[in-house]
Design a protein around this ligand. Structure first.
Ligand SMILES: Nc1ncnc2c1ncn2[C@@H]1O[C@H](COP(=O)(O)OP(=O)(O)OP(=O)(O)O)[C@@H](O)[C@H]1O
Length: 243
């Protein structure tokens, strides 16, 4: 099922972070959302995850139980007393709920997911003892278990080494081959050019959406930067399109 963003506006206290965005993301797309700092990328991803209220317009084709969301590491409280295994098991939350214990198959799925991301042997480690890259692998394992058709990744490769980036890219490639929709926020334009077939360039409004090579042009990137620099943080919510 495709995802449709219809004239979408997202705002904090009426200050727009995403402005009148219209786009269709086809099922099975691997889409990068790029743009300058403050362009509204994380806000848009949060709205797709159902975590941010919509001020105007709509998002169609998504509901919370079809989405797996990997937030920025900075948003996580890794001091919580959890082991790697316990964090990964949380990917089965929708199936397990509060009281149910793991079946043999579910236990195996957790062990397999931990192996896929290369964390065998770390099952009983507390998450606050993991490096940034190991924690990111752990979070990818949780997303693997969530097993959803739409996967939202917010800066998944921030501050991780080349080996981890390569391994986790293989995980994403498998999702893409399985016709899952992968939407990732990133600042790494080299990565996007190399791997992501589709790009949405955002600077609060949409600068361009389409094939990566058509969108990541010098002209579009310059326009995004100029719009971002010219933006007045105190501007009120635009009433364009309002009745
Ligand atoms: N919780 C919030 N309350 C008020 N304003 C917010 C909040 N979160 C984000 N904003 C503002 O919304 C705008 C868009 O922020 P957002 O985090 O979506 O941008 P971004 O493109 O992801 O930025 P970056 O590349 O720096 O991570 C920014 O001006 C930011 O200050």
């Amino acid at each position: 099922m495709s995802i449709r963003l219809n004239n979408l506006t997202l705002a904090y206290e009426r200050h727009p972070a995403v402005h009148h965005l219209t786009a269709t993301i086809a099922q099975g797309d691997w889409l990068a959302i790029v743009g300058p700092n403050g362009a509204g990328k994380s806000t848009l991803l949060n709205a797709m995850a159902g975590l941010t209220a919509i001020n105007e317009g709509s998002i169609e084709g998504l509901c919370p139980n079809t989405v797996a969301y990997l937030p920025q590491q900075a948003q996580l409280d890794n001091s919580f007393p959890l082991t790697v295994f316990e964090l990964v098991v949380m990917g089965l939350w929708a199936k397990l709920g509060f009281s149910k214990s793991l079946s043999g198959l579910q236990h195996k799925q957790c062990v397999d997911a931990i192996a896929v991301v290369g964390l065998q042997g770390f099952e009983h480690r507390m998450i606050n003892t993991l490096s940034g890259g190991q924690l990111q692998r752990c979070l990818f394992a949780r997303v693997l278990l969530q097993d959803q058709p739409v996967i939202l990744l917010d800066e998944p490769f921030n501050a991780i080494d080349l080996k981890t980036l390569t391994d986790l890219t293989q995980v994403i490639k498998r999702w893409h081959q399985n016709n899952r929709t992968v939407i990732m926020v990133t600042h790494d334009l080299d990565y996007v050019q190399k791997h992501c077939p589709q790009t949405l360039l955002l600077s609060r409004e949409c600068i361009g959406h389409g094939t990566t090579k058509d969108i990541l042009t010098t002209g579009n990137l310059k326009k995004a930067r100029q719009l971002s620099e010219a933006f007045d943080e105190r501007a009120h919510l635009c009433m364009q399109g309002a009745a």
